[in-house]
Design a protein around this ligand. Structure first.
Ligand code: PLP
Length: 371
């Protein structure tokens, strides 16, 4: 592979994370609930990883629950919040640009009697705080807002919206989808009750997530069983993935400032080069450092992806989960069909290079001539 530029879909596992997983599989392979030495060793590993992820999230270790993925974290948070606050009201506010993990859970809650208001983005992909605040009602019991959009990189006003809801209705709960923000974008947790994270977006392994639950908030679990993870998420802990998640957080947090500056510089180079080729940028000004969405406004994303793929360049048309469907995010932005049909998401990681960007731009310039 010459240029893997689809890091918002998933990332390569960092060597330190792979080593941590290997150790959890072959040396410290006990069950963390067992009382014998191997069990105690595994428990120590679990505590270490919890501390490492908690430092990246900005919470205390006891406020973190490990799950199987970001999707499970969001499902747990939203279902629990709705159930907890059902007696106070039935109105939920979210945005039209959320990941399907949130949108489809809210759809399910809609079928259970909740009414959901989805705040629309602006044409540039940004989400206005005033619009979120305007959607809040006295019977709003839950706000779910993402910190960073996975298709455009837009930074949403999560902290300010959370503060506004708490002011209006102190008993209401706030969930933030922090999957694309972790180790990349600040996410202050004031006024936030729950936040979802995923390991495989930051150099950890697939099949591992975390849910921040503010201290003092007790929630109904999705899974019942042996009572692991403070009773919130039963099931023997996925130790290799959890150890890898911890190691990945440690590595990424140690060089976060430099990594962010590096990705921002690459992002600037990419936008400048793409604009010179005639591309329209579908992302707003205020974005996380690692995601750009662009369209040449001719042809179809799948064709670009195939042609670029033949040259060893991996990008996507949007969220990996949508698999070819028109992006609900770009549709909500109200972009012309030609932009949406030809949209490409380029997403970076700290190991991305200028050569990769230049390779992409050169191949893009050639691919557009096919149409
Ligand atoms: N939320 C956002 C913003 C995402 O980008 C993703 C993954 O694409 C998820 C949630 C779901 O995470 P996972 O793949 O760990 O279930």
């Amino acid at each position: 592979m010459q240029a893997y530029l689809d890091n918002a879909a998933t990332t390569a596992v960092l060597p330190q994370a792979a080593q941590a997983a290997q150790r959890a599989m072959t040396e410290c392979y006990g069950n963390p609930s067992s009382l014998h030495p191997l069990g105690r060793q595994a428990r120590e590993l679990l505590q270490t990883a919890r501390g490492q992820v908690a430092r990246a999230v900005g919470c205390t270790p006891d406020e973190l629950v490990f799950t199987s993925c970001g999707t499970e974290s969001a499902n747990t948070a939203l279902r629990a919040a709705a159930r907890k606050n059902r007696h106070l009201g039935r109105h939920i506010v979210s945005t039209a640009v959320e990941h399907d993990a949130v949108l489809n859970t809210l759809k399910a809650l809609g079928q259970e009697g909740f009414s959901v208001t989805l705040v629309e983005p602006e044409r540039d992909g940004s989400v206005m705080l005033e619009k979120v605040c305007g959607a809040l009602r006295p019977d709003t019991v839950l706000l779910s807002i993402m910190a960073v959009n996975n298709e455009t990189g837009a930074v949403l006003p999560a902290a300010q919206a959370a503060a506004a809801l708490k002011k209006k209705n102190p008993a209401a709960l706030v969930h933030v989808d922090g999957v694309q923000a972790l180790c990349k974008q600040d996410l202050p947790l004031d006024n936030i009750d729950m936040a979802s994270f995923s390991a495989h977006k930051i150099g950890g392994m697939k099949g591992c997530g975390a849910l921040y639950i503010r201290r003092g908030l007790s929630i109904t679990p999705l899974l019942f069983g042996g009572g692991q993870e403070n009773g919130v998420r039963s099931g023997t802990e996925g130790m290799p993935q959890i150890a890898a998640f911890g190691a990945a957080c440690e590595v990424r947090m140690a060089s976060r400032a430099a990594d962010t500056a590096h990705m921002r510089a690459l992002r600037g180079r990419l936008i400048e080069g793409a604009r010179a080729l005639g591309a329209h940028i579908n992302s707003p000004e205020n974005t996380a450092p690692h995601i750009v969405n662009l369209s040449m406004c001719r042809g179809r994303s799948e064709v670009y992806i195939r042609v670029l793929g033949e040259r060893g360049i991996c990008v996507s048309g949007g969220s990996a989960c949508t698999r070819g469907r028109a992006s609900h995010v770009l549709l909500a932005q109200g972009l012309p069909k030609s932009n949406i049909d030809a949209a490409l998401r380029v997403s970076l990681c700290p190991e991305s290079t200028e050569e990769m960007i230049d390779l992409f731009l050169e191949a893009l310039g050639q691919a557009v001539r096919l149409f």
